[in-house]
Design a protein around this ligand. Structure first.
Ligand code: PGA
Length: 238
């Protein structure tokens, strides 16, 4: 399975280094074969671990250049970063990234061979319209994205579930994931209010290949508990 932690704008470089050290030690000691990824803030990008991938939460679609406030490929390369999160709902809805811009980033980092975790998900008003409207909305987030790309992971994260303590029902996760997988047969993570208390149940669901966790993974011990859950379930997703 695949377990990813998105720190967002949390943790310093020092805290991230300590987190990574604890994670690496656990993965080695427990002989974890699942894929583990963390997305720290840009100031904490580092590549110190053999068994844990460190990815960027965002980067501009250029080698370098005049893009104030953004980092680009050159800054990722400095730390050996080869994984990136794209299309996250906070980038779409808080920072105002368009599908066009996200697709541009996708193409650029695909071209560079990055492992891409591509996020999709609907806001509450769309969820309330029912499954058909929901799936139609997701189609808009398929635009310009090459789902044939080998190094792609999809994360389904309903916007209304992120940071809210709410999650879809287990049946809904299975249903929506099944519908997404029918169109794009890629590893598919669920994200949105995953915590150590519900991770095991979610990881055990059909069509769920892993989880993308925000606040619930800020404490490394909680993330380790989820990794242990995944090991116990062991679906053997490559
Ligand atoms: P959350 O965030 O786990 O805090 O809901 C998930 C995400 O935004 O990736």
């Amino acid at each position: 399975m695949i377990l990813a932690a998105n720190f967002k704008s949390n943790h310093t470089r020092a805290k991230t280094a300590a987190y990574l050290e604890a994670l690496e030690a656990f993965v080695v000691a427990q002989e974890i074969h699942d894929e583990i990824i963390i997305f720290p803030p840009a100031t904490a990008l580092m590549q110190k671990s053999l068994h844990v991938k460190v990815g960027a939460q965002n980067a501009f679609a250029v080698q370098n250049g005049a893009f104030t406030g953004e980092i680009a490929l050159e800054q990722l390369e400095e730390f050996g970063i080869k994984t990136i999160l794209l299309g996250h709902s906070e980038r779409r809805h808080v920072l105002g990234e368009s599908q066009e811009l996200i697709a541009e980033k996708f193409s650029f980092y695909k071209e560079k061979g990055f492992r891409i975790v591509y996020c999709i998900g609907e806001p509450l008003e769309v969820r309330e319209e029912g499954n058909e409207a929901l799936l139609e909305y997701l189609e808009g987030q398929y635009e310009g994205i090459d789902f044939g790309y080998d190094n792609l992971i999809i994360a389904y994260e309903p916007v209304w579930a992120i940071g809210s303590g709410l999650t879809p029902t287990e049946d809904d996760i299975v249903l929506i994931h099944g519908a997404i997988k029918k169109v794009h047969n890629k590893p598919l993570l669920y994200g949105g209010s995953v915590k150590k208390d519900n991770a095991r149940a979610i990881l055990g669901l059909d069509n769920v290949d892993g989880i993308l966790v925000g606040s619930g993974a800020l404490d490394v011990n909680d993330f380790l508990a989820m990794i242990k859950d995944a090991k116990d379930i062991n679906k053997g997703v490559e």
